[in-house]
Design a protein. Sequence first.
Length: 496
Amino acid sequence: MCNSSEKITAKRPSKYVGCSNFSVTLTALLALVVGTASATTPVTLVIKPSSAMILTKTQIQLQVTGQPKGTTCTWQTSNDLVLSSLGNGEFQGQSAGTAVATVTCGSIYTDTAVIQVNSSTPSGPIVITKGGTYSGVWNSNSPTVPAISIATDQPVTIENSVITSKGDLIDVTGVSTGANVTIQNVTGTALDPGVAGLQRGKFVNAKLIASLVVENCTMSGVSYGVNGSASTVSTLKIDYNVATNMEDRASDGNGGLTTARPSLGHFVILGNIVAPNGADIGWNQVINTIGHTSNEDVVNIYKSVGSANATITAHDNYFEGYSTAAGSSYNGTGLITDGNATAPYTAYVLFQNNEMVHMAGSGVAIAVGHDITVKGNRVVSCGVDAYGNWFAMPYADGVYLWNFYGVPQSNFYNLTIKTTAGGIIRPTSANTPMTADSWINTPDTNASDSIGLKSFNDPCLVNGVLNPQAENNERNYWAAKKASAGVLLGDQHQQY
């Protein structure tokens, strides 16, 4: 939970133990997850650099720190056709594309780095001041200069492109009536800014926009996916995109990361957006690695409004692994209506048929607003990582409704929650497992609300025993759902 510029340290009272409470022994739980009867303190492997851009037929040497004593490390690549492993952390670019380099030390200690391979030297940053369609390979080596800057109200399309940047990847700023931008079939990789205290760039940073479409894009390591602010839009679509390993921690200036989070990252945040024709955020896949990445709410609708006839709708999205490795308490949520104590209040929003799996935060939240509907979502998280340790999630719930900012009841009404499947397992203050399906702050409800919480089936607990397979079942459910719908996610243009 956050606004567009600062952290909100919202916490429910520590005495809170959820709407239902189901305990099993922690020993039994850990034994099921890691095959032992006790937790194992994880060793933190770190690859440096964690992201990079190289050319075909050139090499990059990756380094790893934190190797446990007595273990042997092996290096692998996710795509030999793009990036080949030469051994001992050295890789060579083979063809244009994006690949993930992975180091494994022992059996469970791993880390990854995202490597963008280009077939030709990218062009420097570009500033677009005239409408048209643009394709290319662009890079910015400056953390303060976007790879692409769009400063015109004329229609601009960025398509079939590859972007790398130490700063924002695409910056959009209208000049009068608002920018009109379409971004499609683009692969973007955020690079370490190389300056201590700065965080990686946003894939799209957009303000004063009249129309924005972001479709079939693939983004890696970005602090934000789409940051839209201060606009009245006729068209807003963010569909069919893929994001992996988002990162909002600051650089240490030496290829690594600190625990500071200069700005809490989101896949999508709409801040002070007015969308009378509604907005569509659908069929996006965001997968992060718990313990190795950091981001806050995946989709945050902040002081933004649709209309009674056309809602801001987030539907059929899949979010996995949202968390922070910064070591601080985590308040992130898969989908949230957010804001503060002053108008405008978020309104006319629909969260429908989304999936949230294996995450450290809550599933879906109504923290402010009116005329908001949450229905048909699936939330499944069994609460422990690969080492058998609890996530930092002392306040996570499958769904919650809470007038956190204390806005007048006249601006917190017509709220609907129904048919949410699954459930979350998290620790009590005594470090024992419990179900945490929902939390409804009863004084915040009124006669206009419809709260249905009977659909939770808690697949992570079977006869009182933890069932991590429930998360795999959800992953399979998502794969089948995509196949049935025939959707193609991420950049579809041929880079080779």
